[in-house]
Design a binder for this molecule. Sequence first.
Ligand SMILES: Cc1cc2nc3c(=O)[nH]c(=O)nc-3n(C[C@H](O)[C@H](O)[C@H](O)COP(=O)(O)OP(=O)(O)OC[C@H]3O[C@@H](n4cnc5c(N)ncnc54)[C@H](O)[C@@H]3O)c2cc1C
Length: 463
Amino acid sequence: MHNKEHLLIIGAGLCGSLLAFRLAQHGYKITLVEKRPDLRKAEISAGRSINLAFSDRAYKAFKMAGLQEKVAKLFIPMHGRMLHDLEGKTFLSEYSGREDEYINSISRTELNALLLDEVEKFDNVNLIFNHTCQHLDLDESTADFFDEKNQKKINLTADYIFGTDGGGSAVRQSMQSQKDFLFSHSQEFLTHGYKELHFPPTEEGEYAIAKNALHIWPRGENMLIGLPNPDQSFTVTLFLAYEGGQYNFNNLTTPEIVEEYFKKEFADAYAILPNLKAEFFENPTSPLGTVKCAPWYYNKTMLMGDAAHAIVPFYGQGMNASFEDVVEFDYWLTRHDFDLKKTFIDFSKTRKPDADAIADLALDNFYEMKSHTAQALFLKKRQIELALEKEFPKAYASKYSLVTFKDNIPYKEAMEKGRAQDKAILSLLKHDKLKDNQSLEEQLKLIHKTTKQLLEGDFLLEN
Ligand SMILES: Cc1cc2nc3c(=O)[nH]c(=O)nc-3n(C[C@H](O)[C@H](O)[C@H](O)COP(=O)(O)OP(=O)(O)OC[C@H]3O[C@@H](n4cnc5c(N)ncnc54)[C@H](O)[C@@H]3O)c2cc1C
């Protein structure tokens, strides 16, 4: 046991629960406060991203906490993207040429419940539900909460406070309204929103489409994706523009037009969406956005997870990044011999560039997933990369692999190398310099050389 300081963690979602667990392991006295009822007992409202893609950075955090075996029981492996074209023909694009590299579909509720169960085992943690944080006094390290059950206000004081209260963070808002320091903040919404739908199991109780893949219906500006659930169903998400184009969220206003849209764009999915019309109008349409802010801490209060860096979901990395925050924080905490103030400074300094990088990568992937995934040049690039990963598992990793599976490489480095590699391959393909009669080894050398030139800034694109 290292410390007896009292820490207040606001938001018992994914990041806050893991942070509470890890800091409780170190012996801190923790109060973890959540605005919602205990999700292990309450009904979860429909349409709130039911499952998530869990990959190596999140797994690294669970290994650190010693919870890796427990979390692995919740995984449904997804080995690649199953692309569905307009005729319903499918094509599996594997995530990696290395067999042990894949991502996992996991239920958000089960994952959060696992963490809450584990957190509750500590005597040094006080877990409070149904209390909404309203405001913080950052100079005094106190926070006002509204007790939703008893309809009254309470105030909690702590030595240090963590805001892990998600994208709409009340803790971040208190930093914004604090006039004694310069707080930069930006929130950019996408032109697209999302809505969740549901493929139920077949009458035989089977998955309606292949279980071990992340299904994508890329349609230019818009797309549908599907991730498997443990009950043989799929959670399906429609990413659609609010306006513009023939169909958008603003003009899909009647059951007839929704049906027309799905029959035309996603005929094979439409066939297994028996409750489409009801779900479409009952489930919320939610916005997607990126939050960037700095600094992440002021005095004795620190932001973490989506509260510090909410990103769009197209790299499947928001939760992974939030869990990795806890690993990075833990690294500095132990390095600074449990001095939280020093940890705040170094954690923010080293982590912020990586959070910015994954935010930008997630936006890149938005464009890639909805359109490029089905394009010939992109497919050829993937084909070459998969062959290289298979043949030279140690010498080559695609941008996707660097971000998703190489958890020892920071996001910023993964972004810089991955983008240069992408540019190198696409440029070499465009100028017909990667030929089928070349050996894979020759192709690898050429790609490495061009990537290096790009990274060093002495490669002139011929176009
Ligand atoms: C459609 C969609 C799909 C996604 N898919 C993926 C994916 O496949 N892979 C991936 O890695 N990430 C994914 N993400 C991102 C992921 O959901 C988030 O990055 C992750 O949930 C962040 O965890 P968090 O704990 O920081 O925030 P949250 O999970 O939002 O948790 C915040 C918690 O704080 C509580 N809270 C909020 N306000 C207050 C308050 N005022 N007082 C007290 N408590 C409060 C909330 O109730 C909640 O429990 C997806 C996101 C979306 C929207």
